[in-house]
Ligand binder design. Sequence first.
Ligand SMILES: Nc1nc2c(ncn2[C@@H]2O[C@H](COP(=O)(O)OP(=O)(O)OP(=O)(O)O)[C@@H](O)[C@H]2O)c(=O)[nH]1
Ligand SMILES: [Mg+2]
Length: 298
Amino acid sequence: MDPHQLKDYIYNFSLADSAQGGRGYNRVLLQLFGYTGHGKSSFINSCKFVLDGEYRTIAESGQRESGGAMTMVRNAYKLTDTITIVDNRGFKNMDNIEKIQINSQLANLLPLNQEVKWAEEYDDILCIINKKSDSDYTDIIVPIFVYSVKTNLTKDEDNEVREFLETCQEMTRINPTIVLTNKTSGNYSNVEERLGTKRVFPVENYTEDRQLATREKHIDILNIIKSVLDDVKFSLEHGSDPEEERTEHIKFLMGMAHRIFSAKELEKKEEEDRKKQKEMPVPNIFTRIWNAIFFVRK
Ligand SMILES: Nc1nc2c(ncn2[C@@H]2O[C@H](COP(=O)(O)OP(=O)(O)OP(=O)(O)O)[C@@H](O)[C@H]2O)c(=O)[nH]1
Ligand SMILES: [Mg+2]
């Protein structure tokens, strides 16, 4: 398809026209994930550009001076009447506590358009999972992982990403799409193998200082949106209804939180036992001799 046909396809996509009248879903929610600085916000600006015809920095992008994440508010941007794209808070350490909350964003349990603060305590995390937030569970969630070819992730980080992609698939029943940014600045021949997926789409984002529209960039970006819509269609033919999905998501996250905090508790207890053992007074030489004599006599 040429860019005009792709645009028409995207603008005309409607859930009501899909299998079973959309199964009760009202909106397609493209959820962007990835490490900080890999180009999530720039991808949103690029999508808006190719669809609206004008470049504007609507999702703040760049690097904070502190080196921290730029996007802290989980903002949602409307692409068409049916499709909304969400700029989730990016990964930093991918420790277990961060993982549960990233997955809570994925399940759409954290409210949209509000700052995302990572909670540390079990009770606070349970509160997030259980809270009847105002987030809409009639959204069909589509996971998109944004990954820059410029950054070399370590083997451990690659494994974290693989694990996250598996969770995405398990939770949403949609195979996550990998948007590979900065495609002209690095080698990406082994990404499919490293992340264990074939759904990889290399792009060059439009940015504040690279706004010159090219056919290739437009087609790359439009093709990603078309492809995820095809996934949505397929999922509607084979998936379950929104309420069932929401219950499953909550169950999944509760199980995950329970596993992580039980392991943490166990670790804490073992550490305390080790400390206690160290603090026990060492018997002096006379006590040791007396104990030895007593033992021989017995
Ligand atoms: N040349 C080029 N620059 C890019 C591309 N994608 C992102 N950038 C630049 O990379 C920097 C970080 O991009 P952002 O879009 O802010 O990254 P992010 O993933 O939203 O980061 P956080 O909000 O911190 O999680 C910005 O300076 C962008 O201009 C790309 O495909 N090509
Ligand atoms: Mg951002």
